[in-house]
Design a protein around this ligand. Structure first.
Ligand SMILES: Nc1ncnc2c1ncn2[C@@H]1O[C@H](COP(=O)(O)OP(=O)(O)OP(=O)(O)O)[C@@H](O)[C@H]1O
Ligand SMILES: [Mg+2]
Length: 373
């Protein structure tokens, strides 16, 4: 009888998900033992990965509730301990599925990797990356975001992750989660507003470390928010992830299209595929029915035409209107797709998310890039 109850408790505990690793605690070897006595009193051993685990209270509460839910259990005692170094290492190993410590998103990965670039700064890359990520997660996709803008990181703020710090388990860094999106940014490792002033090699190492040490688990889509222009980070990323897709963000202004073209050319040189242009800050509909075209029009189509080659035609994937709600959502860390889903910009972003996932990465037909040193 007690053996049956113990099995039932374990079964129920499988519904407890570690909020950071996002797997059942039973799968993570976090339940050391389950004992139920004749009177129905259950005692459960819970092993946390690290001391001061930020999710400790949540996990303990969930374990208690899942145990108490089992019919026949009359009392619950949870004993919390911390994994030993060896146990933590074993867990890290298990999560890596025995793979050596290498880049998680290698050429054989099934994750669609989309780098968001632009020629000019301030065109809305980060705002769109954050919203697109949340929008994709809302459709049920497993989504991660890497903020590769080391000097000008803004993704944590846009997703309401002010002050969030990643948890470290052994050698593994667990990315904070916002709106079901796993997020990593250098902003989570520096003190408030500290300027990061690294040169190329350090930038390269940071991006590499994000791809190696940060445990994203299996993802459907990984979005990468790049700094503007064609600097060190864009080149490093192209070298580390030559199989990633690139979208180029531009404003409707015709001058912007010329600069946009350059970021696409650099991407292609490393073998990345330019899958399209996103025109942002397009016309804002006015109450009188007219459209305020603050930044002109046609820039997206222009950039797409300039980026197109006979083998790889590039289209405008979306035109996102100017939107006060979109800007405000960024300011307060609640993306517009959550805060005001009916806003025209939110609708356009949702449509973009649907379009993006239809661009499954295909290796066949891809030109091999010229790899720079
Ligand atoms: N469609 C839009 N309507 C209104 N404001 C927008 C829109 N898109 C972006 N913004 C605003 O424009 C500013 C710049 O956006 P964002 O930081 O996302 O650009 P960026 O391309 O990532 O900039 P950087 O090159 O500095 O990284 C932000 O204040 C943002 O709120
Ligand atoms: Mg940005």
């Amino acid at each position: 009888m007690t053996a049956e109850l113990e099995a039932a408790v374990r079964h129920s505990l499988a519904s407890v998900i570690d909020p950071e690793i996002r797997r059942p605690v039973t799968e993570l070897d976090m339940i050391s033992d389950v004992i139920v006595d004749e009177a129905g009193a259950a005692s459960v051993g819970l092993k946390l990965t690290i001391v001061g685990c930020p999710a400790a209270d949540t996990i303990e509460r969930d374990v208690r509730e899942a145990t108490a839910r089992v019919a026949g259990v009359t009392d619950v005692a949870v004993t919390v301990t911390i994994m030993s170094r060896a146990e933590r290492d074993a867990l890290t190993e298990k999560l890596r599925k025995g793979r050596p410590k290498t880049m998680q998103f290698g050429p054989d990965s099934l994750t669609q990797i989309v780098a968001v670039t632009s020629g000019k700064g301030g065109v809305g890359k980060s705002t769109l990356t954050a919203n697109l990520a949340v929008s994709l997660a809302q459709t049920g996709a497993r989504v991660g975001v890497i903020d590769a803008d080391v000097f000008g990181f803004s993704i944590p703020g846009l997703l309401g992750l002010h002050g969030a710090k990643p948890t470290q388990v052994g050698e593994m860094i667990l990315p904070p989660v916002a709106y079901d999106v796993k997020v990593i940014s250098i902003g989570m490792f520096v003190e408030d507003n500290t300027a990061v002033s690294w040169r190329g090699p350090m930038l390269h190492r940071t991006i590499q470390q994000f791809l190696t040490d940060v445990f994203f688990g299996d993802l459907d889509v990984l979005l990468i928010d790049l700094p503007p222009g064609t600097g060190d980070v864009a080149i490093s990323l192209g070298q580390l992830l030559p199989h990633s897709d690139v979208v180029v963000v531009t404003t409707p202004q015709s001058a912007a299209a010329d600069v946009a073209e350059r970021s696409g050319i650099v991407a292609r040189q490393t073998g990345q595929r330019v899958i399209g242009v996103i025109e942002n800050m397009a016309g804002l509909p006015q109450p009188d029915g007219s459209v305020l075209e603050l930044f002109g029009s046609g820039g997206g189509a222009d950039a797409a035409a300039k980026l197109s080659t006979p083998e790889e035609p590039v289209t405008v994937l979306a035109s996102i209107p100017l939107s006060i709600a979109l800007r405000e959502g960024g300011d307060v860390g609640v993306p517009v797709v959550i805060a005001a889903p009916e806003d025209p910009a939110a609708q356009a972003i949702r449509a973009l998310a649907a379009t993006l996932t239809s661009y499954k990465r295909s290796i066949a037909g891809r030109k091999l890039g010229i790899h720079t040193r």
